[in-house]
Design a protein around this ligand. Structure first.
Ligand SMILES: C[S@@+](CC[C@H](N)C(=O)[O-])C[C@H]1O[C@@H](n2cnc3c(N)ncnc32)[C@H](O)[C@@H]1O
Length: 295
């Protein structure tokens, strides 16, 4: 059942939208000295070689991160993310990032969510990663096993998340980034996040979802209107009304519970800029909307 490999899609427009949002939240968490924890329920293999055969097969990163890097005047709140991508170099880090001397790497490289998070963690922060695919898990293990701040589980991210709520460090972010290779993922994601939030009401949660012709996203948004979080539930979507057939994405969405104050405006500016920077199947628009208002 685990057929999805993120290596084919790393650095695409959906990754850029999701990871730029995540980076703003991580930077917000770092504004206070208090420790935080980040939980990534569907971690993937950690980081990606965009020069690999997988990346070349789809070329999706060219319409995502490569297009963004060529566009002038990004919003200033996007700069930490862009600087991180530009500086990301697993070869320079060697074995600490899981690189062995005989690895056949070419680059450029793109950090997945675990490495965007890892590079922002301070010594007293913690990260919990879950991944089920055996090969992706092994790659991830090689690349994080030397870092004492990181706890890695070969575990189902939906039930794993609920099982570990509330976390020992009660300040932080959960990223749920499923592959949606089976339709049940929509229901599982909504139910897992709702149950986890009921046990950790102050936590920030971010769920990624694709926008497809099939339109499964509407039910997901509807489910999130039931989550009456004090900090609200925000929906941010970058999409076009063209394309999207045969499982291809015509847009990307994020549902964010308890986002930091001011995040909605900050991130919408990024989203508007991305409309002209990344390439979707047709003209893109960005929409940021509170599904549940913050109190
Ligand atoms: C979209 S990718 C994750 C990408 C990663 N979050 C990033 O941003 O770089 C989804 C990952 O979830 C894994 N996966 C699928 N079902 C899972 C489950 N029930 N629990 C944990 N991981 C799962 C897949 O093997 C895949 O590596």
């Amino acid at each position: 059942m685990l057929s999805y490999l993120h290596g084919f899609h790393a650095g695409n427009f959906a990754d850029v939208h999701k990871h730029a949002a995540m980076r703003i939240i991580l930077d917000y968490l770092c504004t206070k000295e208090k420790p935080f924890c980040v939980i990534d329920t569907h971690a993937g293999s950690g980081w990606y070689d965009l020069g690999s055969k997988q990346s070349a097969k789809t070329g999706e990163w060219k319409n995502g991160i490569a297009a963004v890097q060529q566009k002038a005047n990004p919003p200033k709140q996007m700069q930490p993310f862009l600087d991180q991508i530009a500086a990301f170099d697993p070869i320079a880090k060697g074995r600490d990032y899981g690189v062995f001397e005989d690895d056949n790497l070419t680059g450029p490289f793109y950090p997945g969510s675990p490495f965007i998070m890892r590079e922002v963690l301070r010594d007293h922060d913690e990260m919990i990663l879950m991944e089920l695919h055996p090969r992706e898990y092994d790659l991830l293990e090689y690349s994080v096993e030397r870092d004492p701040r990181i706890h890695l589980h070969k575990r189902d991210g939906y039930e794993g998340l609920v099982g570990m709520m509330p976390p020992a460090i009660r300040r932080g972010l959960v990223l749920m980034d499923p592959s949606y290779d089976v339709k049940q993922d929509y229901q599982k994601a909504a139910s897992s996040i709702k149950r986890a939030w009921e046990r950790w009401e102050n936590g920030m949660f971010m769920l990624w979802y694709p926008i497809l012709e099939a339109g499964f996203d509407a039910e997901l948004r509807e489910n999130f209107t039931q989550i009456k979080a004090k900090g609200g539930v925000l929906c941010a979507e970058l999409s076009t009304n063209q394309g999207g057939a045969k499982g291809r994405m015509r847009g990307t969405g994020l549902l964010i519970i308890n986002p930091p104050y001011g995040f909605d405006q900050q991130f919408d500016e990024i989203g508007q800029w991305l409309c002209d920077a990344v390439k979707l199947p047709g003209p893109a628009t960005h929409r940021t909307q509170w599904l549940v208002p913050s109190q």
